[in-house]
Design a binder for this molecule. Sequence first.
Ligand SMILES: Cc1cc2nc3c(=O)[nH]c(=O)nc-3n(C[C@H](O)[C@H](O)[C@H](O)COP(=O)(O)OP(=O)(O)OC[C@H]3O[C@@H](n4cnc5c(N)ncnc54)[C@H](O)[C@@H]3O)c2cc1C
Length: 478
Amino acid sequence: MDIIPPVQRRVSAASAPSIHHDRQRVWKNWAKTVQCTPEYTFFARTADDLSQIVHFARETGRHLRAVATGHSWSAIVATDEILVDITALNRVALDLNDPAAPRVTMECGATVEEVNHVLEAAGYALPCNVVLESVRFGGLIATGSHGSGWNNHTLSDLVHAIEIIDASGTLRRFETGIDSEEVMNAARLHLGMFGLIYRMTLNVQPTWNVHAKDQRIPVQAALEHLPEWVQQNDNLDLFWWPLSSKFWVKSWTRTDAPVTARPRYSKVERARSHIEMLAYQQILELQRNVPRSTPLLSPVTFAFSPSKRDQVLPIVEAIHYRRGIEITRMGCIEVAFKVDPDFANVREAIAMCFDITNRYAAKREYPMNVTLNVRFIHNSTAWLSPAYGEGHTCYIEVLSRAKDAEWQRYSGELGREWLSLRGGMIHWAKEYAQVPGIVAHIKQNMGANIDRFNRIKAELGVDPDHRFVNKTLKPIFT
Ligand SMILES: Cc1cc2nc3c(=O)[nH]c(=O)nc-3n(C[C@H](O)[C@H](O)[C@H](O)COP(=O)(O)OP(=O)(O)OC[C@H]3O[C@@H](n4cnc5c(N)ncnc54)[C@H](O)[C@@H]3O)c2cc1C
């Protein structure tokens, strides 16, 4: 766990603004991989609160970071100075003034679920999203989070406009068509380094239905057909449970057929998946404490997965197909790379995971006990996105509930191998500190875009003193 100790600092005596706050409150992320004790934790409710907090930080020479739901594994939230909880800023409004360009505006603390409610009620949807509905848009956009779909981009790429309180406490608006794409591509994914995001406006679409299939398919057959299946479907994900001979292949394509299920609105389905996740949690606990039970229990947890279904769903239901996944804390490492035309490097990345997992299993060690997930998107135009650049992108990740030391060793090894693939880049919100030489790797692989981002940021004067940069980002960006 990265623990940022509280520091004794000499600062000016400006008094804290009268916004609800705590002193020396311990903060931990969801995964409990990061902990810090900021001197001040402010609970902002308005844009003016955000501005006052930034003024206070400037007057007292402190640094600051925002926190949303804290679901990031890496230490990108952590600060020992000022933490700004933005979860009360959660208003959402749909803008249908221009029928050709429907948009939704959300404050930074709005959850995916809150935004989906507004969109669904009016018959609209975001074309892509993360699986979870509990996370907040400030965190999703700041980190360039992604969903799935061969022709989709990342959530940050949907940003039409973004409003940020910069280091002078001023509300700045960056908008497509008014600001250059050069600037927009820095503003729409800035890891919190432009300032405190107040609001974002994202492009949305009228909703549509998809034919969604979940199948268990032998590994060899799936790998053989992967390029055609990925390109024929709107969306195709692979999941592999350790030592299994099959993949769970999740796919969907647009259809005019009527909806056959709405699992998110079914009380029975919600209760069932909650109970399943609680049972799943117990099994994973057993695997964590008795790793040698993994070969026996992994087929059971695979059986628990919703990997055999054939339904017609509204797109929002297809995207958020798993409920209650936050119940069980686990580790996660994820890497993105550009897909070779024949998918050779995708097969290689999958083989790397199989090989390492099997090598450990031969020693009767099982640091990987949840799943390997492979997703495909198009790309991103944001300078700091791991999906930046021409060509389609594969995101490959492993989730596991192993003991910390074993997980760190295994995931460090796997991360190093994945990052050896041409153009391999980490997901900013996932775990990567355990990968040897990671800062040098990021600087080498993303150096030109980091320089570009830094230049745009300097020209805009949003944070000349790096007040929004924390200890994790400093070695990479300053
Ligand atoms: C179970 C699980 C499943 C996940 N699935 C996916 C997935 O499918 N795809 C994917 O890409 N990611 C996924 N993630 C990662 C997740 O999307 C990111 O960690 C995201 O940032 C989480 O949002 P949050 O609200 O928890 O943000 P936090 O972790 O609280 O914050 C993330 C970053 O955003 C910054 N930030 C937040 N709000 C603001 C603001 N108002 N102004 C400036 N900076 C701000 C924070 O300082 C921090 O640097 C998953 C995570 C979990 C735990």
